[in-house]
Design a protein around this ligand. Structure first.
Ligand SMILES: [Zn+2]
Ligand SMILES: [Zn+2]
Length: 343
């Protein structure tokens, strides 16, 4: 790469403003990899950044953390091969804090998420630490770009200790709920989905092989009882990002069951301590994902257990995203995952 070479970057200068800027191609340090970005999944976080709803975000920002790329330059002796498709782990961890030392870089106290805290992948090129670049090994670019968001669900399933015979409930039929439901089923659980939106329940339910779906309405408690012989679910995941839903989720957990909160809200949530205590419930937070989860998802994609063609419902280009991203932030009908393709 000549130092003067430039690239395109889609910059969110301030909420509601997207434009293509010309930037210098970043220079690679000795332990870093230069990649050419090929696919960028658009996520709830990106819509929030665009709409100015993200709680702590500095603008201007180049979004994009769900990435598939090709290796351009790798460090001397790296197993990465120039031209190969790679998965990007967008969680840049310090490696020395207590969470990192305990093997949980997903909770690094100094974490920087690509495309959130630092500029991300809605650009032609990106430089990353070698440890954040994972060989795609037999996956196509669409599959590589799906690994990160599916890994959030796979991590939640691992946190929830899901195993054969578990009856699992996933609340929130969005992309994160999709991942949690899919990996809960692949871990041997029977899975029910709960959401307000009948269309999403039908489409996501089919993709994940749900045993049943439950509408979030007045009949919800009766439906949960009917699905579980009146016992409640062994493990419940909330992936809604809605405090009221997270509070209600406690009611759906069986005695001795687990509740995994995948999404996060700004405000406190409350629950009935007597109900929690009587059932000796376990309450679990699940944040981001780790290398183990990325590998689990890549393996599932390789085995054909993930119907990627049904998950990627919308596509655009870097230029097209200027008009499409704002529209998709509002119009979610039929939208599961949108991908930006860079040529
Ligand atoms: Zn995401
Ligand atoms: Zn750390």
């Amino acid at each position: 790469m000549s130092p003067s070479a430039t690239m395109r970057a889609l910059v969110c200068a301030e909420p509601g403003q997207l434009a293509i800027a010309t930037r210098a191609i970043p220079q690679r340090g000795p332990d870093e990899v230069l990649v050419r970005v090929r696919r960028v999944g658009i996520c709830g976080t990106d819509y929030h950044i665009f709409e100015g709803k993200h709680p702590f975000l500095a603008y201007p920002r180049v979004m994009g953390h769900e990435l598939a790329a090709e290796v351009v330059e790798a460090p001397e002796g790296s197993p990465l091969v120039v031209g190969e498709a790679v998965i990007i782990n967008p969680y840049l961890a310090c490696g020395t804090c207590i969470a990192c030392r305990k093997g949980s870089p997903n909770c690094c106290t100094r974490i920087a998420v690509l495309g959130v805290h630092t500029d991300g992948g809605m650009a032609d090129y990106l430089v990353l630490p070698e440890t954040n670049v994972i060989s795609g090994n037999g996956l196509n670019l669409d599959q590589c770009a799906a690994v990160e968001f599916l890994a959030i669900g796979a991590h939640a399933v691992r946190r929830g200790g899901v195993g054969p015979g578990d009856r699992a409930l996933v609340i929130g039929a969005g992309p994160i709920g999709l991942g949690a439901a899919l990996f809960a089923r692949l871990s041997g659980a029977t899975v029910h989905l709960l959401d307000r939106d009948a269309e999403r329940l039908a489409s996501i339910g089919a993709i994940v092989g749900a045993a049943g779906t439950i509408r979030a309405d007045e009949g919800m408690d009766a439906a949960v009882a009917a699905a579980t012989d009146g016992e409640g679910f062994d493990v419940v995941f909330d992936a809604t990002g809605v405090g009221k839903s997270m509070e209600k989720a406690f009611d759906h957990v069986a005695a001795t069951g687990r509740l995994v909160l995948v999404s996060v809200v700004k405000d406190p949530i409350t629950f009935s301590d007597p109900d929690f205590h009587r059932r000796e419930m376990t309450l679990i937070a699940s944040r981001n994902a780790t290398a183990v989860d990325f590998e689990r998802v890549a393996e599932a994609l390789r085995s054909g257990a993930v119907p990627i063609d049904q998950i990627v419902t919308h596509r655009t280009s870097l230029q097209g995203a200027i008009a499409d991203l704002p529209r998709w932030a509002r119009e979610k009908s039929g939208l599961i995952k949108a991908l930006v393709t860079l040529d």
